[in-house]
Write a protein that binds this ligand. Structure first.
Ligand code: BGC
Ligand code: NOJ
Length: 807
């Protein structure tokens, strides 16, 4: 069942049934002011950091799930409704929520009154615009009361939900006839405030939640709205909100528009106040004046749209598969940009109060958006590398506001360091710019500890080289990519974090997955070293790579697939010798990509096993059979009920590894088959089963052993986005940035016979026409001249190149 449809021309998903199986959301913002917006107008806003600088509140664990938002109440002769259906839940005569790139438009109608609500964060400014137009489509004049309302968060989202004894005393606002300013804690150590403003004067306001709603009422029956009034309250402590009320008379055929703006302002220490207790509003006025008219809003909206169209023109495909094109051209790239902004911090599944930017997560995310924003990527790489320690190990996460490593989680995830090589090598391939290797980058953010970035890469590899176990394979530490494979944790204490506890540091548990990574990224680093003339160093690295490769061939092969790990007692994990968890997906993907045991046919065998044992209707499950019992020596992986999360769901993140690996062994049909199984556009038709947004990848889809087989969870903030982008563009389409130029090495399935791709690469536009006769041959021609090899050497003097590929 579908709840809407794609509108590819507008780059939108149009939700037409507000009863979606879960909130279907969107994100706004690019330079600091960010918002989440659901199809019922739920969600929240923050500045840079969802934990430390939350602007509006969200009610977690609420029933219904999606509460807290920006709500517009329309009271039309006693019928009260909202353009986004919630909170009133009044049945609407028509409803559309058009989620586009960085904006949403709600179009709803009730009793011949039409509401059009346009919401977005303008390109450069720290504010969210909500422009609401009401049109009277009836034959009589309507007298409508409109209330707009948001609820402020007292900045630190964790403290806001816990420290009531203080927080219920500190709320402060300032009010004038168009704006409510939220200035809690501004009198003392904060230099920032927020405001909720309208472009026309209101007919009443409220800033005290309990009065606006009525202590025993709720968002579904706020007292002010029911009574078509405002109480003109000035919040003092408790819960500050901002509500503006308008009494609108709308004639038949007439439209009335109000522009609501939620803004965020920071002031210099010496410019905080206008006079005692009165905040300096200069910057707020500037923002307000910038969006005071419909024309100004339209201009900013068009700029945003144009920006996205330009950005996405970097890579565009037109093939004979509409769903593939729509994902590659629009939604997959868009999701990658959202992971750039959010990492794993703020979604409807990531509370925005826990995880910040992950070292491994953000490094992998880079693979998906580097082609779109190379400069910002370079900055991001530096931020990430700055939380690394001199020995090559790293903090696991950092807070986006402070950019400091998160000490609560610490480090010890032994795959982390290698992801930095993945990110930096991809940066060089995309940009051709090796100078990034010289960027002075501190260790653990310590001033004076800066070393060229290349030393960080050396440290990364060295960490693995110096941390090996009894079989010569890399030690796993607290966990590797699979956060739940906690082989040194041995936790008996309820609630203890599997990721941070280590009750038995064996110094022995090893990861075959990290071995695969080491071989793949070790070779990559050696290539970089050769390219910059460090041939001796490259040769040394390749020796180290060889030794891990040999160890993997010897101890990491189970007969039909790669072993996953060795536990603290040197027992195999992910082997036919095990009762449960006999095969794990991760090493099958990575060791095949790294071509370990290629001459022995390992990759091919491993991927056959993946198809035979792990593949279900929605993709490839992470392991099989699921663990039936808790295994203290394995950790969190065995804590999940069967078929969920790391215990046997389709963990979508590693499915693209299988896609890529299949292209490595030349099995194009199977590569595309795996791609298709969990591609959201293909799952749109079964949205009632899949449940999450049909335009966005989710982290997991419950596996065959789960009660809710096929149900997805944790949409948006997942490495699935970047790896799938990588798989679709670099493996299936085969458009691969390489050190010396653009490689074109398509692995299209037979069903895609034609594809026209435009790719802007280092400023040159490549128009690539691929004809797929599935002949097993490869011919590249430029201007009818056959070209040797698969790489088009980069030539900075060209602006446009037309290439033909016949397969
Ligand atoms: C989840 C993992 C996640 C980890 C992060 C675990 O509970 O299953 O997917 O990466 O928490 O803290
Ligand atoms: C989610 C985490 O963000 C990611 O880093 C990890 O690799 C996966 N879970 C698998 O456990």
């Amino acid at each position: 069942m579908k709840y809407g449809h794609f509108d590819d021309k507008e780059y939108e998903y149009v939700i037409t049934n507000y009863n979606t199986p879960l909130p279907w959301i969107n994100y706004y913002g690019q330079d600091g002011f960010f918002s989440l917006m659901s199809n019922t107008c739920g969600g929240y806003m923050f500045y840079k950091d969802a934990k430390l600088r939350r602007i509006t509140r969200f009610r977690y664990n609420n029933v219904p799930r999606d509460y807290g938002g920006r709500y517009y109440y329309i009271n039309d002769n006693g019928t009260i409704w909202n353009p986004g259906f919630l909170p009133m839940k009044t049945k609407l005569d028509s409803y559309k929520c058009r989620h586009g790139l960085g904006y949403s438009i709600f179009e709803s109608e009730k009793n011949n009154l039409k509401a059009e609500l346009l919401c977005f964060v303008p390109l450069k400014d720290l504010c969210e615009i909500n422009q609401l137009t009401l049109t009277n489509n009836s034959k009589e004049t309507k007298k409508v009361t409109l209330h707009g309302v948001i609820e402020f968060c007292l900045w630190n989202a964790v403290d806001d939900q816990t420290n009531f004894q203080r927080n219920w005393n500190i709320g402060e606002v300032e009010i004038d006839d168009t704006t409510i300013y939220h200035k809690t804690e501004y009198r003392e150590r904060r230099n920032h405030y927020a405001f909720y403003h309208t472009n026309i004067k209101h007919d009443g306001y409220d800033s005290d939640l309990d009065t606006f709603i009525g202590l025993y009422n709720s968002w579904c029956d706020p007292s002010a709205v029911l009574n078509k009034t405002s109480y003109n309250t000035k919040a003092s402590g408790w819960a500050p909100i901002a509500s503006h009320m308008f009494n609108l008379e709308i004639k038949p055929g007439e439209s009335k528009t109000v522009i609501f703006q939620t803004g965020y302002v920071e002031n210099d220490e010496d410019k905080k106040f206008e006079k005692l207790h009165v905040i300096n509003k200069e910057k707020a006025y500037e923002l307000q004046n910038k969006y005071a008219t419909k024309e100004q809003v339209l201009k900013a909206f068009n700029e945003l749209k144009t920006k996205w169209v330009d950005l996405l023109s970097t890579l565009n495909v037109k093939s004979d598969n509409e769903k593939f094109d729509r994902m590659v051209n629009i939604w997959n790239q868009y999701q990658c940009m959202v992971t750039f902004n959010m990492s794993r911090s703020a979604s409807y599944y990531e509370s925005g109060t826990g995880r910040g930017m992950g070292f491994r997560d953000s490094c992998q995310d880079l693979l998906g958006f580097l082609h779109l924003i190379p400069e910002k990527s370079r900055e991001r790489i530096k931020d990430i590398a700055s939380i690394q320690f001199e020995d090559g190990s790293t903090y696991h996460q950092y807070q986006p506001l402070t950019k400091r490593g998160n000490a609560d989680i610490g480090g010890g995830f032994n795959d982390d360091p290698l992801w930095l090589i993945a990110a930096v090598s991809q940066y060089i391939k995309e940009t051709g710019d090796y100078t990034i290797l010289n960027d002075p980058t501190p260790f653990n953010n310590k001033e004076g500890s800066e070393k060229p970035l290349i030393d960080h890469l050396r440290a990364s590899l060295n960490y693995i080289i110096t941390h090996k176990g009894p079989h010569g394979l890399p030690l796993i530490g607290r966990a590797d990519w699979n956060d739940c494979l906690n082989l040194n944790c041995f936790s008996k204490t309820p609630g203890e974090s599997f990721q941070t506890a280590s009750n038995f540091e064996s110094g022995k548990a090893e990861s075959v997955f990290i071995a695969g990574m080491f071989v793949l990224y070790g070779k990559e680093f050696a290539t970089i070293l050769k390219n910059i003339g460090n041939t001796d160093e490259a040769a040394n690295i390749l020796k180290e790579v060889k030794s891990v490769e040999d160890a993997t061939v010897k101890y990491g092969w189970d007969g039909e697939w790669f072993v996953r790990a060795y536990d603290a007692f040197e027992h195999k994990v992910g082997s036919h010798e095990c009762e449960d968890g006999q095969i794990f997906v991760e090493p099958q993907g990575f060791c095949t990509m790294a071509r370990i045991g290629e001459d022995l046919g390992y990759g091919k065998k491993a991927l056959d096993s993946v198809e035979k044992i792990l593949t279900n209707d929605y993709g490839v499950e992470i392991l099989h059979p699921c663990y039936k019992e808790y295994h203290i020596e394995l950790g969190e992986v065995s804590s999940y009920p069967m078929g969920y999360k790391e215990n046997g769901s389709v963990f979508c993140h590693n499915n693209p590894w299988i896609v890529i690996a299949n292209t490595v062994i030349g099995n194009n049909e199977r590569a595309f088959d795996v791609y298709r199984r969990n591609c959201p556009a293909y799952l749109e038709e079964v949205s009632e089963i899949h449940k999450t947004e049909p335009y966005i990848y989710s982290q997991t889809i419950a596996g065959r052993d789960a009660k809710n087989y096929g149900e997805a969870k944790n949409s948006w903030l997942t490495g699935t986005a970047s790896w799938t982008m990588y798989a679709a563009s670099q493996a299936i389409l085969g458009i691969k940035p390489d050190y010396d130029g653009l490689m074109i090495d398509p692995h299209l399935p037979k069903e895609i016979k034609h594809a026209k791709v435009t790719r802007v690469f280092r400023g040159v536009k490549y128009n690539i026409t691929i004809t797929n006769n599935a002949s097993g041959k490869y011919l590249m021609t430029i201007d009818n001249k056959a070209i040797d090899g698969k790489v088009i050497p980069y030539n900075k003097d060209l602006t446009e190149v037309d290439v033909n590929i016949a397969l």
